[in-house]
Design a protein around this ligand. Structure first.
Ligand SMILES: [Zn+2]
Length: 344
């Protein structure tokens, strides 16, 4: 059995592999975010049973690694040394922790459950614990889950990209119908695929902030959260030549009272959603379209994904979503244009 740690930093990803005694089997190998297929090929090429380990701040690559047949595990913070202000725990440290502690101490990720497999109850508990803060921020205009219910407007949003070829295909469909959307991009991918950011801006879409590496926010310190937001904002602005985005969406919708307090202290305005067909779990294009058409109401914010894995079902569902909403008399708007329900 070999153990491969996959770390992230400002430069991209790094992989290091050790044996069961923690001895280094390969030198650390770096991959920028455009070369994730090569990273996955590197891991698949190991000639042993392999345990691949990430930490909870590395949330944008596991879906693709699992789809390629790799066994991916998450090591939680209580097992690991502290992280730098920007970056995950190092690849060697992740690999050695897995070798030393064994897979029983780690969470084995499942494709239909994602990076936070096994923490769904905790996530729900934390989200519920932040109800008061969420309501206060919504009233203050610092948070939006949906727009006014008396306006037949809907905002399509796409998270976790940009990621070829799906982002480009989604932009093609939006262009064909002349419909705007808001893209919540991860900084890691925005830096890698700047041409997609440029195209989003040229087509008049909203470009917004979804952190750099898709971390579970309650695992971060305040400084780490602020760094994720600031670096991503700068990365998007540099990639597309536009302004630093002000809209921010927390990965997994993760929040606690403390995290909401930190977000309230930044320039970012937090955007959640009220319609989510869980397209990331690949339930089928028909299910995605039907769920949206059943659940969309005036002011709805629809959560979809252009990155994080194979998004062909999302692409396939999109024409039926747009045509169905147009038939129902909805108008498509950017999240930026929505009047928050609580303010008016
Ligand atoms: Zn996301």
């Amino acid at each position: 059995m070999l153990y491969a740690g996959v770390a992230w930093s400002a430069a991209g990803y790094e992989v290091e592999t050790v044996d069961g005694d923690g001895r280094r089997m390969t030198s650390p190998v770096s991959f920028d975010a455009r070369r994730t297929d090569e990273l996955i090929g590197h891991l698949r090429g190991m000639d042993h049973r392999l345990v691949t380990v990430v930490d909870s701040t590395n949330g944008i690559l596991d879906g693709r690694m699992m789809a390629a047949g790799l066994d991916v595990y998450r090591a939680d913070p209580h097992l690991l040394p502290p992280r730098p202000v920007f970056g995950s725990v190092g690849a060697g440290e992740l690999a050695r922790t897995a070798a030393r502690r064994g897979t029983a101490s780690l969470a084995r990720l499942e494709r239909g459950r994602g990076t936070q497999t096994g923490r769904e109850d905790l996530l729900a508990e934390w989200i519920a614990s932040a109800e008061t803060e969420l309501a206060a921020m919504t009233t203050a205009g610092l948070c939006l889950s949906h727009g006014r219910r008396d306006r037949r407007e809907v905002a399509l949003t796409f998270d976790d990209g940009p990621l070829p070829p799906y982002t480009g295909r989604i932009l093609d469909v939006l262009e064909r119908y002349g419909v705007p959307a808001t893209f919540f991009c991860v900084g890691m991918n925005a830096r890698a695929y700047g041409e997609e950011i440029v195209r989003m801006r040229e087509q008049g879409h909203g470009v917004a902030n979804h952190t750099w590496s898709h971390p579970f926010l309650p695992d971060l310190t305040r400084a780490q959260l602020v760094e994720q937001i600031d670096r991503t904002g700068e990365g998007i602005a540099e990639a597309g030549g536009g302004a630093v985005p002000t809209l921010f969406r927390p990965p997994y919708g993760s929040r606690t009272p403390e995290v909401m307090g930190w977000l309230a202290g930044t320039d970012a305005r937090t955007v959640l959603w009220d319609v989510a067909p869980d397209d990331w779990a690949m339930p089928g294009a028909d299910f995605i379209a039907t769920t949206i058409l059943d659940q969309a109401r005036p002011g709805s914010v629809v959560l979809l994904h252009d990155g994080g894995g194979d998004r062909s079902q999302t692409v396939d569902a999109l024409p039926a979503v747009i045509e169905g909403l147009l038939e129902r008399g909805f108008r498509f708007v950017l999240v930026d244009e929505m009047v928050p329900a609580a303010v008016v």
